[in-house]
Design a protein around this ligand. Structure first.
Ligand code: PGA
Length: 252
């Protein structure tokens, strides 16, 4: 059985003190009431070491939101996969549409990042998804397939076990506009088929595919009720513990 996952993506929010307070609140809530899924929080780099230490004995895993496409050396301001790993973080989010769009991360750059993340023992939450324009031109399947082919389909089956896919239609991110559960399921099933074409049916069946884009407690049960939706990657609604817990509860 593949893993059910609810992952938060704090993006560029929370000072260190605010982040520690949120992680502590979540830890306490989830210690009191065990979740029915894996819970991950994606935090800015500066929180990783402190929050990983804080959550060491909890069920919550910690993720970075990015890592460098170079191993080490003279790259001022960058943070390597090895550095992320050394904080105690287990995951890294790569390929987010905001990184692709605002920081010009190409499939080739992302491929380097994925390889370095895996080589350093991190698991990868790899994001894909189409823009509104591409959706209106009915190109969502071609876009998702190309994003997978460009950055992760070169991996070996053994490496693939450390990949979680997040389908995030760009038009639904932070817009309050969610894909309908039917729209999401349709593309999730397609993504699983793409994975099956490369890695076979069994590995595809074991791959967790998350939905992201204005997911909240009110729409999570319907989305997570679909057979190919294995959880969510949550932005805005991961910034307050009760909101995030509401989504985690969708697996109850
Ligand atoms: P959102 O962001 O939940 O705020 O729409 C999701 C994401 O970008 O991961």
């Amino acid at each position: 059985m593949r893993k059910k996952i609810v992952a938060g993506n704090w993006k560029m929010n929370k000072t260190l003190q605010e982040g520690v307070a949120l992680a502590t609140e979540l830890k306490d809530i989830l210690a009191a009431e065990k979740p029915n899924c894996e819970v991950i929080i994606g935090t800015p780099f500066i929180h990783l070491a402190t929050v990983s230490e804080l959550l060491k004995d909890s069920i919550i895993a910690v993720s970075a939101e990015n890592c460098a496409d170079k191993e080490s050396g003279a790259y001022t301001g960058e943070v390597s996969a090895a550095m992320v790993k050394s904080t105690g973080a287990e995951y890294v989010i790569l390929g987010h549409s905001e990184r692709r769009e605002y920081y010009n991360e190409t499939p080739e750059i992302l491929k380097e990042k994925v390889d370095l993340a895996l080589a350093n023992g991190l698991k990868v939450i790899f994001c894909i998804g189409e823009s509104l324009e591409q959706r209106e031109a009915n190109q969502q399947e071609a876009v998702c397939k190309a994003e997978l082919a460009g950055s992760v389909f070169h991996l070996t089956p053994e490496q693939w076990k450390n990949i979680v896919i997040a389908y995030e239609p760009i038009w639904a991110i932070g817009t309050g506009k969610t894909a309908t559960a039917e729209q999401a399921e349709e593309i999730h099933a397609f993504i699983r088929k793409c994975v099956a074409d490369v890695y076979g049916a069994q590995i595809a069946d074991e791959t967790s595919i998350l939905y992201g884009g204005s997911c909240k407690a009110s729409n999570a049960p319907e989305l997570f009720g679909k057979p190919d939706i294995d959880g969510g990657l949550i932005g805005g609604a991961s910034l307050k513990a009760p909101d995030f817990k509401g989504i985690i509860d969708a697996w109850k």
